[in-house]
Design a protein around this ligand. Structure first.
Ligand SMILES: [Ca+2]
Ligand SMILES: [Ca+2]
Length: 230
């Protein structure tokens, strides 16, 4: 009898264990059917304000350039003109931030002592004299470049509905000047405190006008400029 009883108890224990296991399995099934809450998290951070020269499709132009009107050798001073910001070379401002304010400006890459050069001859871009003669600056060359952002066109990208031009102010026409009061940088466009945040705009049609010194030797003259956003 004792032996049988033990066998029965052993069997019962086995069953009980089996029930407990079934209960655990049942709890697992319950959770699967009704789901478990999981909190997904995604973070979008501000980008950086920047300026670029892009083509009509928005692709960065590798080597942006401005070709001025041509001139023929003259013993008199003369003026050539160009346009900064065209359909195929747009000045594009990106503001992927909550800060509405920014300023883009242009300056000679080589600083205030830079000059136009064809490799052999030079002339000035920041002389105060308007007749192509030299003033008291350091280069003994005449020549003056005027930038007129006021003639420019502001446009939101992709359009003015998406990015209004509200509180985007064109800079004033100004000439570079080496002697006091020096003008080493000319503001092209400013985003004010009421400008739209998280937007992109294009600036085109900035007028450029360069006074050439009298009797400047013929040549293909170049000078590099840099547009910066601050
Ligand atoms: Ca100069
Ligand atoms: Ca000069």
């Amino acid at each position: 009898m004792t032996a049988v009883f033990q066998a029965i108890r052993s069997s019962m224990l086995t069953i009980i264990v089996g029930i407990v296991l079934a209960a655990v399995a049942s709890v697992g099934l319950y959770q699967t059917v009704f789901g478990v809450a999981s909190s997904f998290s995604q973070t979008i951070s501000d980008g950086s304000q920047s300026v670029d020269i892009v083509d009509a499709g928005g692709t960065t132009v590798g080597s942006p350039s401005v070709t001025f009107s041509s001139a023929t050798f003259s013993t008199s001073s003369q003026t050539v003109t160009g346009t900064l910001g065209t359909s195929s070379q747009r000045i594009r401002v990106y503001n992927p931030t909550s800060d509405a304010t920014w300023t883009i400006a242009i300056a000679a890459t080589g600083g205030s002592t830079a000059t136009w050069s064809d490799g052999s001859h030079t002339y000035d871009f920041n002389d105060s004299n308007t007749d192509g003669t030299d003033d008291a600056d350091s280069d003994s060359k005449g020549g003056r470049l005027t930038v007129n952002p006021a003639s420019g066109t502001r446009a939101g990208s992709p359009d003015n509905t998406a990015c209004p031009i509200t509180d985007l102010t064109l800079g004033s026409s100004s000439s570079f000047r080496e002697v006091a009061a020096a003008v080493s940088s000319i503001t092209l466009l400013t985003g004010g405190s009421s400008a739209t945040t998280y937007c992109t705009w294009d600036l085109t049609g900035v007028g450029l006008s360069q006074v050439l010194p009298p009797s400047q030797p013929s040549g293909a003259y170049t000078l590099s400029f840099t547009i910066t956003l601050s």
